[in-house]
Design a protein around this ligand. Structure first.
Ligand code: G6P
Length: 615
């Protein structure tokens, strides 16, 4: 979490940094700040609140001149969100200024040592400890900034992406990374620093992604020098050409990124299976699976590790892998798995699912699994992300940048990749006949069009949202493949509208949640024709007899649920294992419209962040 941006070059740094911070606000948005070097001194402004609050305040407060600067948008870990705890932080002398994404775990002991040596602290942050540690090393060892950063970081336990500069050497910014992402945009006589490439995409397509335990000295008009933090070895930096373009990271006429991303799903799913699903040849090609087929075929089981929405996609995959490929699957919250001393063997395959590829718990879970000999397969969206790099093999979702904090297209594209994997393995294992296999491929190919049709319910879903927007609780029910969709629907509503919602397997309702049902309780029931339809209809009867309000998600042309439910939203018919790709659409729209009607910040819901790089 937290977004960091920096610039050193020939242009004004301020507009680049402020715009960059706005693009990185998905990473955290409880406070923001900027430090610029104006030719004489550091000008610093920071505030609790959004980047827009900073902009308003800063332009009245400081001059925005200068061709060197750093900026930060925060998701608080150590110290509540307030002006003082916001970044950047000065060192005691006022010479150094730093921004930081991550957590310094041993900050308390370092802080005590520094206090003993006469340092004082204004904030409660671990970051202010780090900048003073660097200053202390610099003075005591009489070394340059780069060396001081290196020595200091070798005393630090934790995770970081940092950028720091010294007002007495205003021609360089020192950056370093361990566990939090850091990209350096390489332009013509200018450099950009950022948590991801979005802040500099209109200026350069060339980027260096620092690896863990690497640092770089970025000097005006020079080349970037990258070194290992531990042993000072020089590293030859790999300059990558970015595929990202500006339109992908802008709202493109939509009111919110979330809505844009909901509407991008037909194309995103198509992009996910482009070149991989070859229905004419009756083939699925996934290089990461193909190259490791022996391992997959010999595996005793698959363990999925993930968090949040990605965990829900993992649950859907449990049904698909078991149903089609007959491989036992366990789906684990990465945060629980990593601390449970789990039984992992060399015959286990770990599938790590992560949109960002940076989630700290998921990353730690795969490191643990690797250390015990398991083979790790990553399903990530962000190319070159930490999880993608740490995995032994993988498949990208190719959904394009997802910026709304509530995940939408990441979920459906993750399910698409996992379905392709299950189909490929089912074919290789012979657990599916060739005609069934072909039928699945043909159906999967129709999904983008069917998602398009499902999106047509938007206006009707909006009217339903208007009726129930003031409810204080919602229940979401589904069975089989659509049980995880019920969980995901409830999560979407909680995340962006702050209405309490629970997802439940429909049949489990009678073991508890049924007690909650009265005429005030909207119950969203996924009742598609394929998938225990009659059983779900019985569950709907049970809700009806207790006067609950029923919103049914049904297959086009449905009759039975229509007779019972207060409202029905239709989705096109498909084979059972693909229904989650369609039933999830109206649930995304429902939560979106309710949040908009309640005047909530849809793209940046309170307390959340898109990329959770702390545990
Ligand atoms: C955060 C986001 C969620 C996301 C989860 C896992 O909590 O707000 O939307 O599902 O992290 O993120 P990942 O990037 O690993 O999929």
């Amino acid at each position: 979490m937290c977004g960091i941006v920096g610039y050193i070059g020939r242009r004004d740094a301020y507009p680049i940094i402020i715009k960059g911070l706005q693009r990185l606000e998905y990473r955290g948005y409880d406070s923001a700040g900027i430090a610029l070097y104006d030719g004489n001194d550091i000008k610093l402004s920071k505030t609790k609140g959004k980047v827009s609050d900073l902009k308003e305040r800063l332009e009245n407060e400081i001059t925005t001149d200068g061709t060197l600067g750093i900026g930060h948008t925060r998701w608080a870990t150590h110290g509540v969100p307030n002006d003082v705890n916001s970044h950047p932080h000065y060192s005691n002398s006022g010479d150094l200024v730093i921004i930081h994404n991550g957590i310094i775990e041993n900050y308390d002991s370092l802080r005590k040592e520094l206090i003993n040596r006469g340092y004082t602290f204004k904030s409660d942050t671990d970051t202010e400890v780090l900048v003073n540690l660097i200053e202390d090393v610099k003075k005591n060892e009489n070394v340059k900034l780069g060396k001081a950063v290196q020595i200091a970081l070798n005393q630090v336990i934790g995770a970081y992406a940092i950028a720091v500069f010294d007002k007495n050497k205003p021609n360089e910014i020192v950056v370093a990374r361990l566990g939090s992402p850091l990209a350096i945009g390489v332009g013509d006589d200018e450099f950009f620093i950022a948590s991801d490439a979005s802040p500099f995409i209109e200026f350069t397509k060339n980027a260096i992604y620092l690896e863990d335990e690497e640092m770089a000295i970025v000097r005006r008009g020079k080349t970037v020098k990258v070194r290992k933090i531990k042993n000072d070895d020089l590293v030859d930096p790999y300059i990558q050409e970015l595929q990202l373009n500006l339109e992908q990271i802008e709202k493109g006429g939509y009111d919110h990124f979330m809505l844009k991303e909901i509407y991008e799903q037909p194309e995103a799913i198509q992009d996910t299976f482009r070149g991989r699903l070859l229905s004419n040849e009756a083939m699925v090609k996934l290089a990461g699976v193909e190259d490791n087929m022996k391992k997959f075929l010999a595996a005793d089981r698959i363990i999925v590790v993930a968090c949040g929405t990605s965990w829900h996609a993992g649950l859907v995959s449990e049904y698909i892998f078991e149903d089609l490929a007959r491989i036992p699957v366990e789906v684990e919250y990465a945060s629980e798995f990593r601390y449970r001393n789990p039984v992992i063997t060399e015959r286990d395959i770990i599938i790590a699912i992560s949109q960002s590829g940076e989630t700290a718990d998921t990353l730690a879970a795969i490191k643990l699994a690797k250390s015990r000999g398991a083979f790790v397969f990553g399903v990530c969206n962000v190319v070159g992300s930490s999880i993608a790099r740490e995995a032994d093999a993988g498949a990208y979702t190719h959904a394009g940048p997802e910026i709304g904090v509530a995940s939408t297209k990441a979920f459906t594209t993750q399910i698409t990749v996992l379905t392709l994997m299950a189909l490929r393995l089912a074919r290789a294992k012979g657990t599916i006949s060739s005609s069934e296999f072909r039928h699945h491929l043909i159906e999967l190919e129709t999904i983008p069009n069917k998602v398009e049709v499902a999106l047509k319910s938007d206006a009707y879903v909006e009217t339903i949202a208007d009726i129930y927007k003031d409810a204080t609780n919602f229940l979401y029910l589904g069975r089989g493949y659509n049980f995880p969709v019920a969980l995901e629907g409830a999560l979407k509503l909680k995340e962006i509208s702050y209405i309490h919602a629970e997802g439940y397997p429909a049949a489990e309702m009678k073991h508890g949640p049924i007690a909650l049902i009265d005429e005030q309780m909207p119950v969203v029931v996924i009742a598609t024709k394929k998938g225990h339809y009659e059983k779900v209809v019985s569950n709907i009867q049970e809700i009806k007899s207790r006067k609950g309000k029923i919103i049914g998600i049904v297959t086009e042309g449905d009759v039975s649920v229509k007779e019972l439910a207060d409202h029905v939203i239709e989705v096109p018919e498909t084979i059972e294992c693909l229904t989650p790709l369609l039933t999830t659409i109206p649930l995304q729209l429902l939560s979106y419209h309710i949040a908009v009607m309640l005047d909530k910040n849809v793209d940046q819901p309170r307390n959340l962040a898109k990329s959770v790089t702390v545990e």
